[in-house]
Design a binder for this molecule. Structure first.
Ligand code: BG6
Length: 470
């Protein structure tokens, strides 16, 4: 049986990810009874542990709220090592801070170019034996660098000790995609090219890159969220049923579907950049990095042949919503009132900020005439005490459970899909903040249908959508 890690070390302790995700997750883990262990932040900020505690307090207050008892415990376990990642003495200080801990979990919340340096430093200070390592996405910058990174990690850690994190996999709503598809029998007969017209996945965010300019300049939307979050969602929607609920079997099915996805064609990819991006902090004045991407994917399989999958993700869009819409084909004949293409059957999976599954359908309006209206049958998920994705995933990693982490071959297969559209394949189209991205994104539909723009949903609205073009 896998052992429990006995210390948590996070590099990048004073950074954005630690602030937004790691401190709140650690606080929640402690509140929910996670075993006590040294928690050691490492960074090069010239800080001391008091400053890190203050930062942790602000972080927890802003992200979920502070529980006095849990926060006091977090502070008593928290230590801070300040130092340059290139300096061997940083790792000696870390080894000292680890004390009797022999099986630490190291979390690299740092830019990928620093991974080799930190891993080398950890190894030479004797901090890697029986240790686990969590690496943030994007895992590498392309297929070649992902392979290099895998080789480098494998020199120090066995695959079972490497946890490639994609926090989307820890989200309840994303896990529910898998559950809903394979715990029900009514879906499978229609889940194929005979009944499904197309699938759309939209990840819209109403905010810009904020203070993440430096990181964003290295990534852009495709590396930041498409190669990982969006493709993982695609896999859960499109894969075949796993023969049983085993992490390797699930990941084998994902790999199979990724291998069936055709590498993206630059002619089926539209990149956008919001107006004002180049004036953001740490952004090049001539930057060609995309803050929006719209893509059309094809899966070469019996189930999905000729069913386009549209993926769209971007910053500074009108709303913050991630959702999937699976459009079903229309009935073969119009017997009653004709209805437009806004009014057909579909399944909607809203993944955030609220979680819902709904079925779009036609129903008869009251009256003599056989006239219909569009209705949406909605199942909404409510939970007061839901674990955040990071709490879930850090807990899993510290127990050695890799089910919700990405395997080496799956990461590489995902890079193979996006590789042809990475970087400056064509200049990005400018778009106005709070718009749905550049109008060029509409051309992916070639006059057949259009994007379904999610709207903030209230349970009383008839249909949480508005379709731009038919
Ligand atoms: C991160 C991306 O992985 O996911 C961010 O780097 C993005 O750019 C974030 O904003 C969205 O995650 P969530 O959980 O807030 O939907």
């Amino acid at each position: 049986m896998a052992h429990q890690s006995d210390a948590f070390v996070f590099f990048g302790a004073t950074g954005d990810l630690a602030y937004k995700q790691i401190f709140p997750a650690l606080h929640a883990m402690i509140r929910h009874g996670h075993p006590e262990m040294p928690i050691i932040g490492v960074a090069k900020s010239g800080w001391n542990v008091e400053q890190l505690r203050t930062r942790a307090r602000e972080s927890v207050e802003q992200h979920g709220g502070l529980d006095q008892a849990a926060f006091a415990k977090l502070c008593s376990q928290l230590q801070y090592v300040d130092g340059d990642y290139r300096d061997p003495s940083t790792y000696l200080s870390l080894r000292k801070a680890l004390g009797n801990a022999l099986r630490p979990l190291h979390y690299l919340a740092i830019p990928p170019q620093l991974f080799p340096i930190v891993i080398g430093g950890l190894a030479s200070a004797g901090c890697t034996h029986d240790a686990r390592i969590v690496v943030e996405k994007p895992f590498g910058r392309n297929l070649a660098s992902a392979r290099e990174l895998n080789n480098m990690l494998h020199k120090v850690f066995p695959e079972a000790a490497i946890f490639r994190i994609d926090h989307y996999l820890g989200k309840e709503a994303v896990q529910n995609l898998l559950y809903f598809r394979f715990a029900n029998s009514f879906l499978e007969p229609i889940w194929n090219r005979t009944y499904v017209n197309s699938i759309q996945i939209t990840m819209a965010e109403s905010f810009g890159i904020g203070t993440r300019g430096r990181l964003y300049e290295e990534t852009g939307t495709i590396r930041d969220v498409v190669q990982n979050h969006m493709l993982q969602v695609t896999a859960l929607l499109a894969m075949d049923a796993p023969v049983h609920n085993d992490s390797e079997v699930l990941r084998d099915e994902k790999l199979r579907i990724f291998r069936a996805i055709r590498p993206l064609d630059p002619a089926e990819a539209v990149r956008g950049q919001y107006q004002g991006y180049r004036e953001e902090q740490d952004v090049d004045k001539k930057s060609k990095v995309e803050t929006f991407a719209a893509l059309r994917l094809h899966i070469d399989s019996w189930r999905w042949s000729e069913v386009p999958i549209y993926i769209r993700a971007g910053k500074h869009l009108p709303v913050t919503v991630t959702e999937v819409v699976v459009d079903l084909k229309r009935p073969p004949q119009t017997i009653f009132d004709p209805f437009t293409c806004q009014e057909c059957n579909y399944l909607r999976f809203r993944l955030s900020p609220n979680v819902l599954i709904s079925l779009g359908a036609r129903a008869k309006q009251v009256g003599e005439a056989m006239l219909g209206e569009q209705v949406e049958l909605v199942a909404q998920h409510k939970s007061a005490e839901e674990m955040t994705a990071y709490e879930r995933l850090l807990g899993d990693a510290s127990r050695g459970d890799s089910s919700l982490f990405t395997r080496e071959d799956v990461v590489e297969a995902a890079w193979r899909i996006v590789e042809p559209v990475l970087g400056d394949v064509a200049p990005p189209h400018e778009y106005e903040p709070r718009s749905w991205g550049p109008s060029e994104a509409d051309r992916l539909f070639e006059g057949q249908g259009g994007w379904r723009n999610p709207v903030e949903f209230s349970p009383t609205s008839k249909s949480p959508q508005d379709r731009t073009d038919c």
